[in-house]
Design a binder for this molecule. Structure first.
Ligand SMILES: C=C(OP(=O)(O)O)C(=O)O
Length: 349
């Protein structure tokens, strides 16, 4: 399976999981809050911190309604346009956040939601993240693909057919560096709706690295996704789940983000290479923990071995238990004391 180079890291099988701490619009339009989110993402050990860049009037019609979760989470009857307008940051703000991220040693990313934002972000990012909401926005995908940077494409609300169309348009622009993210677009997404096995389905269907953009509560789902082969994890986080705004409630607290990163780092080590063999530690323990054929009585030299003379006991440094039947009826070459471990050379084979 293809690996995709992003600055000094690779995304793909057997590589460390690329963790995107999704700040999204949880800065509530306040650049100081955005910087605090960068601080947290960096302290928690995420690979990248991500925002969302848009010009509200280019993204949403003033007549567009809000999604049900947006109304519920914001508790206001403003329009979708009004809601996202308040969450907009300027290009200068994003440049400042890019520089701030650089100082904090964390990769700056922001999902573009319009052509202009994509052009601007091209200067600041080594890859493009595309939101599920643009999976079927083929003109936009084609435009971004032509920038010849790796694309992380979220697939929430999509079908395999739509994902195929999206991949084809990107590949047609001679861009083959695509990473798919399974995603269920709901805030929060219930566990019943997550269908994490789709991670395997996408991998098999498209032979591309696959990750998971998670909108469920807590950290169980992203950790499980890593076990299922996710190579990228994107997860929302916030300074405070009680802040006003559409995404805070379905986001992780700073402590939870830290725990998620630490759990993923442990799990990726634990997954190993799939080759079944004893570890070097086990080789040592094996000698003590396994069993051998041991004398159950004193056995004089020349005696014929009978069942009651032998017992199977620790340690595992002698003849393996599977040879029990084979030594029956054989003679011993020396006096063997009770509880002595039989050696191959003790038996007249
Ligand atoms: C909303 C976004 O993505 P996703 O569909 O993965 O949640 C995003 O990247 O801003």
């Amino acid at each position: 399976m293809k690996k995709i180079k992003i600055e000094n890291k690779y995304i793909g099988e057997n590589e460390p999981v690329f963790i995107i701490a999704e700040a999204g619009v949880n800065h509530n339009g306040d650049i100081e809050l955005a910087k605090k989110l960068i601080d947290i993402a960096s302290e928690c050990g995420a690979d990248a911190v991500k925002f969302q860049t848009f010009k509200a009037e280019k993204v949403v019609s003033k007549r567009a309604p809000k999604a049900e979760y947006q109304t519920k989470n914001t508790g206001t009857d403003e329009s979708q346009y009004e809601m996202i307008k308040e969450l907009e940051l300027t290009e200068d703000d994003f440049y400042e956040l890019y520089k701030y991220s650089k100082n904090k040693n964390i990769m700056f990313l922001s999902t573009p939601f319009d052509f202009e934002s994509a052009d601007y972000l091209d200067e600041l990012m080594p890859l493009f993240k595309i939101s599920s909401t643009d999976l079927n926005n083929l003109p936009f995908l084609e435009y971004i693909a032509k920038k010849k940077k790796p694309i992380i494409l979220s697939t929430g609300m999509g079908t395999l057919g739509e994902i195929d169309e999206a991949i084809n348009i990107i590949k047609k622009a001679n861009n083959n560096d695509i990473i798919l993210l399974h995603c269920v677009t709901n805030y929060p997404a219930s566990f019943e709706s997550l269908n994490l096995r789709v991670i395997r389905t996408l991998k098999e269907a498209f032979k591309l690295p696959v990750g998971f953009s998670d909108h469920s509560l807590g950290i169980y789902a992203p950790i499980s996704a890593v076990s299922l082969g996710a190579t990228v994890i994107e997860k929302h986080f916030t300074l405070d789940k009680n802040l006003p705004g559409p995404d805070h409630k379905a986001s992780l607290s700073p402590e939870e983000l830290k725990e998620m990163v630490s759990a993923i780092r442990s799990i990726e080590k634990a997954l190993g290479n799939g080759i079944k063999r004893p570890t070097s530690e086990e080789e040592k323990i094996k000698k003590v923990a396994r069993r051998s054929l041991v004398a159950n009585v004193d056995i004089p030299k020349g005696a014929t071995i009978k069942k009651e003379m032998i017992v199977i006991k620790r340690p595992g440094t002698g003849i393996e238990p599977k040879y029990l039947n084979e030594i029956m009826g054989k003679k011993v070459k020396r006096d063997i004391k009770i509880d002595e471990i039989l050696k191959l050379g003790d038996i007249e084979w």
